[in-house]
Design a protein around this ligand. Structure first.
Ligand SMILES: NC(=O)c1ccc[n+]([C@@H]2O[C@H](COP(=O)([O-])OP(=O)(O)OC[C@H]3O[C@@H](n4cnc5c(N)ncnc54)[C@H](O)[C@@H]3O)[C@@H](O)[C@H]2O)c1
Length: 324
């Protein structure tokens, strides 16, 4: 039985608690959180032990789950890794590039597993297409949210856009060539809305828009590649694939169009999306990596690379935009 200790039982931390309770082979030992209101609620609702000493909680556990504000991630992860504990840490992996590098060095020396909470990798809409032959040359993303003070200790790039940056880096097997970015700070001291164009060495171009000051919510990614268009709606959990019909595309809706090169048949598929719980899946995959000594699905290196691109975007914004 793997023993789990949770650091941070705020908004997302409680979702983690609910899911850890449902996962086979693990036992929740306790939590640490300096916020008395959150702590009281968790003790009462979950009957979980509140530790007042961080070290004692770590010593009693095999897994440390870090769901604190981002500026606390590094210190807690460092302490846990030094004690030889496996660490699940929410995104973004750390607040700064230096912290991220130091964390990767620590993991390299320690025999522990680290997974970063880029939960969209486990979104059922994305899971429905991720094993297709994805080779996008143009990617368009919109991630729009209504304003919520939670998460605003970091910019919209590190808070929201980083989900899409991580997915895109996992899909496009090429290095970033250039970044053009523009952002505006409206409600906070850091960009609340941003548009970014990332060009990769293989010619792929990704155009990302993120906002945390929108009236409506949207989380859509559109992938265009030579033989297909793939639309992923992370919010509505829907996926659409439009492509030239192939012999194996039997049970899909299709129609013919006349082109200068003759008649082409277009097929439209809307794969069935399983109603899966992405947080439970990511935590289960972490446990599986520990038990079966496999690489984690979203490693500390993946988390670092996404954070590094996020910081490159922030540098571009601060050098080109007027933040008022
Ligand atoms: N993967 C996702 O989609 C997603 C969604 C929301 C939040 N997050 C991430 O989760 C983290 C927490 O976000 P949240 O919305 O739950 O925030 P929150 O403010 O609701 O909760 C954070 C909790 O951490 C506690 N805390 C602060 N310092 C601590 C410390 N040193 N040790 C232990 N606990 C401490 C706070 O008291 C609070 O209870 C952030 O890193 C955020 O980026 C990820």
């Amino acid at each position: 039985m793997l023993k789990v200790g949770v650091f941070g039982v705020g908004h997302l931390g409680k979702f983690h608690l609910n899911n850890w309770k449902e996962i086979a082979g693990v036992k929740l030992v306790g939590f640490f959180d300096p916020n008395n209101d959150n702590a009281k609620e968790v003790v009462e609702k979950y009957g979980l032990k509140r530790y007042m000493d961080e070290e004692k909680l770590m010593d009693a556990c095999d897994i440390i789950d870090v769901i604190t504000p981002t500026n606390q991630h590094f210190d807690i992860c460092m302490q846990a890794i030094r004690k030889g504990k496996h660490v699940f840490v929410e995104k973004p992996i750390t607040n700064t590039i230096q912290e991220g590098r130091a964390l990767m060095d620590l993991v390299r020396e320690a025999n522990v597993k680290v997974q970063v909470g880029h939960v969209e990798r486990f979104n059922p809409a994305y899971l429905a297409v991720k094993d297709l032959n994805l080779n996008p040359m143009f990617i368009e993303v919109h991630r729009l949210a209504q304003f919520n003070p939670r998460g605003t200790e970091v910019s919209v790039i590190l808070d929201l856009m980083i989900h899409d940056i991580d997915i895109i880096l996992s899909l496009v097997k090429s290095d970033v060539k250039s970044i053009v970015a523009s952002g505006v700070a409206v409600m906070t001291e850091t960009p609340d809305i941003a548009n970014v164009r990332i060009e990769f060495n293989n010619g792929c171009v990704a155009n990302l828009t993120s906002s945390r000051i929108s009236m409506k919510k949207m989380r859509k990614m559109r992938l265009f590649q030579k033989d297909a268009y793939i639309g992923v709606d992370f919010l509505e959990k829907k996926t659409e694939i439009i492509k030239l019909k192939q012999p194996e595309d039997q049970d899909v809706f299709s129609f013919d169009i006349d082109t200068p090169n003759g008649k082409k048949t277009i097929a439209i598929a809307t794969p069935t999306i399983e109603p899966l719980n992405a947080i439970k899946l990511e935590l289960e995959s972490f446990v599986d990596a520990i038990v079966n000594n496999k690489p984690t699905a979203v490693s500390e290196i993946d988390g670092f690379l996404a954070m590094e691109v996020a910081h490159q975007i922030l540098e571009k914004i601060s050098s080109t935009s007027i933040l008022v």
